[in-house]
Ligand binder design. Sequence first.
Ligand code: PLP
Length: 399
Amino acid sequence: MTAKNMMPYVEGNSAIRAMFEEGARLAEKYGKENVYDFSLGNPSVPAPAEVNQAICDIVREEDTLMVHGYNQSNSGYEDVRQTVAEHLNKLHGTSFTAQNIIMTVGAASGLNVAIKTLVDPGEEILAFAPYFVEYGNYAANHGAVLKAVPADTETFQPNLKKMAAMISEKTRAVIINSPNNPTGVVYSEETIKALAKVLSEKSQELGREIYIISDEPYRELAYDGVEVPYVTKYYANTVVGYSWSKSLSLPGERIGYLVIPSALTDFDNAVQAANIANRVLGYVNAPTLIQRVAARCIDCTTDIGAYDRNRKALYDGLTDIGYECIFPAGAFYLFVKSPLADESEFCQIAKKHNILVVPGTSFACPGYVRIAYCVAYDTIVRSMPAFKALMEEVRKMQG
Ligand code: PLP
């Protein structure tokens, strides 16, 4: 008998599976090129050539027993962690060493390790809506409770007033994500400073640490030179989760890291706990070959120009038709106001036009839909008449 605990996930998953199946069915019926699938955050730009070269070079040049073996430390290769630390110091003027870095199985495992390390069962984690749907599951994995801070739909910057009102003696952490999935918004320096101020005051008032867990898989996907503030510089009790899934287009390779700054309260215990969490959660260590690849490719970046072109084409095209949304400064998503109050109904009608998008309810923000523009440019161009026909149909429904 499958654990009862898992049945809500099984039931919830059928909606996602239904979306996949619908996509496949539509592709079969109308031809793949006539289906506009904007549902997944899977990078559309191939990994840089340096990555493939590094894989070949490493297996040729390095000791394969070591390259494919267990890491001596569950935190990962010491030299890789030192390379990551120095890279961050060069970019952000920080002073990390290998001791501050724990290699993880992508951002997903990094978040689980961070929560297991910092949050006790029954404690609360706040997240600003709209947020990545898995946060709730990750919190629940460790007996923690995720609470959604309602969105500020004017700016999609964190709603700090509402957050302050929700903080209690149970609050242990706040998860932030910038550049943001699903809005593409980048949190400004002003926002990060204000967030740090509120959390410092509340920590003081309640006599307990409230940590920031900064989820940053889209850090490098920021357009027009917009600054993405490095959060540890503004708030000591910050753990950063990073991943190369998007920045090097390696989501299947499962590679990322956590940064645990020395200034974090109870640093020595925290860093040991994270090391152990990596083991006891069953990750053991981050994939070893790809750790070495990431270190060799530490200065590589993806072709952000391709996403930028998609961003502009989609935003201009949709807003010309009459859709409303914030112009995203980062990531590869557009969070569009649903022209129908019930965005799930809108998503269903979109499917009739061969357009697949994700309802905002999946991000704790109903009334919006997420459009992932990590697709071929051509898909965006060809989808425009379908988006136009969709809007016309909705307008007719509204009389
Ligand atoms: N956090 C956010 C906001 C994401 O969008 C994703 C993946 O889409 C993840 C975390 C998980 O990333 P990873 O593939 O590195 O586990």
